[in-house]
Design a protein around this ligand. Structure first.
Ligand code: K7E
Ligand code: CUA
Length: 664
């Protein structure tokens, strides 16, 4: 309390002083050069307004202080995940996921190679991914800080990241889809990680001409079973549901009252197939936007799971697929219309409503789960082309709120407000929820309260603990696609702009606090978790730890037991690593030898990481304290190869080297 009073006092004093210097920057106590020592003078010299100063005070984080929130953002085409502190907006880490990442030694000879190879597509190595939606594991609808999942839109893959060491442990390739989009999102207890589709292809992506689009092309939604004990997705316990070839987009899992259901929006219910070779068809962007409405997909996943367990799925490429006709006859799938090219389907914290933004409609449409259930019980009278029952919009709709142009995604807070990203308006719209949320805010329910300009073209929006059953309501982050004039020009490929927005006050008091350039990819979604829910290791629990098995490796090396064993052309090396020495520091090979090399870091000091690079062999490891790694390669190049440590670990880091001699 005292702390806060002090901050408020400082803001008041500084703001007052700045206001007093209304003549603009003037002489400072230190003269024209150098940094003035007085806060008001600094503000005057830098031309900061009182609002700037307030924003600075809300985000500035002194050295040694840590952030109350951690944001996991997708790294877009970088195929990675970014870990960012909130509100300081400092990048804390990169996590290599679908792309090799050399700092972490991910994909350069060590354990990461195996994980990356799991993502091969029919044996073909894929060197990148297009990460879209990170999904934190949940327990009872709350982030539990244990796991993170993320999809690769480009190749229909889902990865599992262990939040004990922030490393990717598994990649699963969807055997029946070549692209995805609506994932990954978890069910409230992380029973399943959901991977929704996007551009329809024949199941298994075999060839079929576009003239057979309606008959042969399909959407397919995947429920990947997550085994918490093993920390892996279990494809054998996973299943899929066949969907019509509409382009299913984002999904969200029901929770609370709607637990057991999921909701996905879709577009291209027109089943447009483009202009074609003769150029006579409608272009995709026109063909897919003919209809006034598309279909919100309403899926009863608990009933689908029961069908899967009852053997009602068909095995296709090693996974059980519930056919569309079974999904219809067993009441697993319903549609209800949603306005014009929707993007985003977001479930309110208690699970009562689903909010859908229509990119080409100025409203968000709010569906009531209760009304959906009543409409289902009453028996739908309409069907789509494929026989899927369609619930009337009037029967499922709770409200529509006019927000402006280009509503996309919606997140929630603890005050009964919703926040929708407005792509075309470049704004964050704050609006009020009704029903059980109505008495949490002073305004009318289902009403826009504020439209806050952001810079520019906001895609997703993320809220603190935003996808949980109890969002926090301190911050939202606007994930702006364009930055244009916000940062110094670094060439035509410009950074994205993450804007931190303070939402702690009710009414129209949202304020942009900070612009953070993301100069390495185009993130799509992010989730923000309370930092104290994460319990990552500082050093691996024991010396010789294998991050793949999360246990001590049988080939871990103890001090004094280092050795090199030759058996014909097979050479096996057990090497220890500690400041500032590799033992042994000489490895003699013959060209053509097959080499298995175990390395164990004997370090127990936090941050005492060593690298291990073999020049010319494309090998680089990051050996964190206690970590054990095994590399395997053929000594196919003769010569002298000084291996060395790539982390500046000690005063004698440059001396941390050795020789691999390969005789011709
Ligand atoms: Cu970029 Cu969620 Cu893939 Cu919207 S998605 S913006
Ligand atoms: Cu070890 Cu540098």
């Amino acid at each position: 309390m005292k702390h806060w009073k002090k901050i408020i006092f400082v803001v008041a004093v500084v703001a007052g002083l700045v206001a007093a210097c209304s003549g603009g920057p003037t002489a400072t106590p230190e003269g024209a050069t150098g940094i003035p020592q007085d806060a008001a003078a600094v503000a005057a010299q830098r031309g900061l307004t009182p609002a700037d100063i307030t924003a600075a005070l809300k985000t500035y984080t002194p050295s040694g202080q840590t952030d109350p929130y951690i944001m996991f953002a997708s790294g877009g085409q970088g195929g990675q995940v970014l870990v960012i502190g909130v509100p300081s907006m400092r990048i804390l880490r990169l996590i290599g996921v679908f792309s090799p990442e050399s700092w972490q030694g991910y994909g350069y000879g060590g354990g990461g190679d195996k994980v990356l190879a799991e993502g091969n597509v029919k044996g073909k190595e894929i060197k990148w991914g297009d990460t879209h939606h990170p999904g934190l594991s949940e327990t009872k609808g709350e982030y539990d800080g244990q796991w993170l999942f993320i999809n690769d839109k480009a190749n229909a893959r889902v990865a599992v990241i262990d939040l004990r060491d922030f490393e990717t442990k598994q990649i699963v390739k969807n055997p029946n889809a070549i692209v995805d989009h609506g994932g990954s999102f978890v069910t409230p207890d992380t029973d399943y990680v959901i991977e929704g589709p996007q551009y329809a292809t024949p199941i298994g992506w075999g060839y079929a001409p576009l003239s057979e689009y309606k008959d042969k092309y399909r959407g397919v939604i995947t429920f990947w079973k997550f085994d918490r004990d093993k920390g892996r997705i279990d494809p054998k316990q996973s299943f899929q549901i066949e969907l019509p070839p509409y382009w299913q987009d984002l999904c969200d899992a029901g929770k609370g009252v709607s637990n057991g259901w999921i909701f996905c929006n879709s577009f291209n219910t027109e089943m447009a197939t483009g202009m074609g070779v003769d150029g006579k068809g409608a272009p995709y962007e026109a063909g897919t936007t003919q209809n006034d409405t598309d279909y919100l997909h309403i899926i009863n996943w608990k009933a689908a799971e029961a069908d899967f367990k009852a053997g009602k799925g068909k095995d296709i490429n090693g996974i059980s697929v519930i056919p569309l006709e079974t999904a219809i006859s067993d009441k697993l799938l319903y549609f209800t219309p949603e306005p014009k090219s929707p993007h985003g389907a977001d479930v309110t914290p208690g699970g009562e409503y689903v909010v859908v933004g229509g990119k080409l409609d100025p409203h968000v449409t709010i569906y009531s789960f209760d009304k959906i259930q009543k409409a289902i019980a009453a028996g739908p009278t309409e069907k789509d082309t494929f026989g899927v029952p369609v619930l009337k919009l009037d029967d499922t709709k709770e409200a529509q709120v006019e927000l402006g142009l280009g509503p996309l995604h919606t997140v929630f807070d603890d005050k009964g407000y919703a926040y929708t990203s407005m792509f075309l308006d470049s704004a964050v719209a704050r609006w009020t929820l009704g029903g059980p949320y109505a008495d949490k805010h002073p305004e009318q329910p289902w009403t826009k309260v504020q439209s806050l300009p952001v810079q520019y073209n906001i895609g997703h929006i993320a809220a603190a603990e935003g996808d949980t059953a109890s969002p926090d309501g301190q911050y939202v982050v606007a994930l702006d696609k364009w930055s244009i004039d916000r940062f110094a020009n670094v060439g035509p490929l410009m950074p994205q702009n993450f804007q931190l927005v303070d939402i702690s006050q009710t009414g129209d008091k949202m304020q942009v606090l900070y612009d953070m350039p993301i100069g390495m990819a185009e993130p799509h979604y992010a989730q923000i978790i309370k930092a104290d829910k994460l319990k990552p290791w500082q050093v691996y629990p024991e010396v010789g730890w294998n991050p793949e098995t999360q246990s001590v490796d049988p080939n871990a090396v103890k001090a004094g037991s280092e050795k090199v064993v030759r058996n014909g052309k097979d050479v096996e090396i057990w090497m220890s690593v500690i400041r500032s020495h590799y033992t042994p520091d000489l490895v003699e090979l013959q060209k053509g030898d097959h080499v298995v090399w175990h390395l164990t870091s004997l370090e127990r000091t936090p941050d005492a990481t060593h690298g291990f690079a073999i020049p010319g062999y494309n090998i680089n490891l990051s050996l964190e304290p206690g970590e054990s790694q095994t590399i395997e390669f053929d000594a196919d190049q003769d010569g002298t190869f000084p291996f060395y440590c790539t982390e500046f670990c000690s005063a004698l880091h440059l001396e941390m080297t050795g020789q691999m001699l390969v005789k011709p």
